[in-house]
Design a protein around this ligand. Structure first.
Ligand code: M6R
Length: 368
């Protein structure tokens, strides 16, 4: 059942090109327009949406964070991102023009289910992104986008996450299409780029030996930091969560821009720091993060830098370099997450932990 892999997690990491391809499958009509079959909300209802609140827990929450960057950029609809466990306890402002988007692999997460019930009582529309057909979350929602990752067995979510990202991108592009905003060349290009992503993920898998070697080199570390910006920030958070879950060590993700507002104080000689570098673009983020890498390195950090092909600016400051296929910034999480998953898995295996069933955790968290 593990298909020759030592752990379900490894099998599920390896299935990611397929999970992404399957989640994209059949969304693209002959007319070049996107179609989301299970989208039970009419175009008119969607055109009336003036605010989106994206709600989830754990790894799915990081997918929601990425969704904010993408949906706001493509649609200009404001997106709030909220932990399901916080949402209904703070008297949120919702009405019938609010679209609540919940994201859940299992479809049975109690915090998220309660958030949906609360949102619907407040007359908001609820659209769920979910990997489990017929589970409670899609049953209680007004609309669904199913991810097609297949069953995820390992407690640590991997292919579930990447397929959630794809569903979030599809939702953003679809809303842009319905609203008629910015549905120009950029969006057509993004769809073409998405179709190339499974091959990019496959390349990250084929290159996995490099990051496994880094994991073996760092296996004695008691603390590891992850830095990112823009959509690389949720990727950093995800890298840290995977490591906490599987290796039981201190791991923390930061927005690189926050470094000098506090976290840089913890940098000391030999501390491993992962950095996700945004693609070189017009927005100067890449330059800013290169100087962040210099700052942590000057204080003794050991840097593991994830950077796109052809960007050599970081080479002098990287103790380990992991190359990523070139993609638009918004899509980079689909490839940048993969080495962080492989790292956490190998690191935990080195420590002799049960990678699939980490201590204290359950696959579905069915109590609040
Ligand atoms: O099934 P869900 O997506 O609703 O689960 C949410 C979280 O419990 C889940 O992502 C958890 O954080 C994973 N163990 C992460 O690897």
């Amino acid at each position: 059942e593990k298909g020759g892999y030592e752990w379900f997690m490894l099998k599920e990491i390896a299935e990611q090109p397929q999970a992404v391809a399957d989640t994209l499958l059949g969304r693209h009509g002959r007319d070049g327009l996107l179609q989301l079959d299970e989208m039970r909300l009419s175009d008119d209802e969607l055109r009336n949406v003036d605010k989106i609140v994206a709600i989830a827990c754990g790894t799915s929450y990081y997918a929601a964070m990425v969704a904010k960057y993408a949906i706001e950029h493509w649609t200009r609809i404001p997106v709030e991102v909220e932990l399901a466990s916080e949402f209904r306890y703070r008297d949120p402002i919702l009405d019938k023009t609010t679209l609540v988007v919940t994201i859940s692999q299992s479809g049975e997460t109690a915090d998220t289910i309660e958030a949906i019930r609360y949102a619907r009582q407040q007359r908001a529309r609820v659209l769920s992104i979910c990997n489990t057909n017929g589970s409670t979350i899609p049953r209680e929602s007004d609309a669904v986008i199913y991810t097609h990752a297949g069953p995820e067995v390992a407690v640590a979510s991997t292919k579930g996450f990447l397929s959630q990202l794809v569903a979030c991108y599809l939702l953003g592009l679809y809303l842009a299409q319905v609203k008629g905003v910015k549905y120009g060349d950029e969006i057509a290009r993004i769809i073409a780029d998405l179709e190339g992503v499974p091959a990019g993920i496959q390349r990250m898998l084929d290159d996995g030996d490099e990051i496994r070697k880094v994991a073996r080199d760092l296996a004695g570390s008691r603390s590891i930091l992850f830095l990112g910006r823009h959509v690389g920030y949720p990727v950093a958070l995800e890298g840290a969560l995977k490591l906490k879950e599987l290796a039981y060590i201190h791991a923390e993700g930061f927005s690189a821009g926050e470094l000098k507002h506090g976290p840089i104080a913890v940098i000391e000689e030999g501390l491993p720091v992962f950095v996700v570098v945004p693609p070189k673009g017009r927005d100067l983020l890449q330059k800013k993060i290169v100087s962040n890498i210099q700052e942590v390195r000057a204080r003794g950090a050991r840097t593991i830098v994830l950077v796109e092909d052809g960007d050599d600016d970081v080479v002098p400051y990287a103790d380990h370099l992991i190359r990523l296929p070139r993609l638009p910034t918004l899509l980079q999480p689909l490839v940048a997450t993969v080495p962080l998953q492989i790292f956490a898995c190998e690191f935990a295996a080195q420590l002799g932990h049960d990678v699939d069933q980490p201590r204290n955790l359950a696959k579905s968290v069915t109590v609040e």
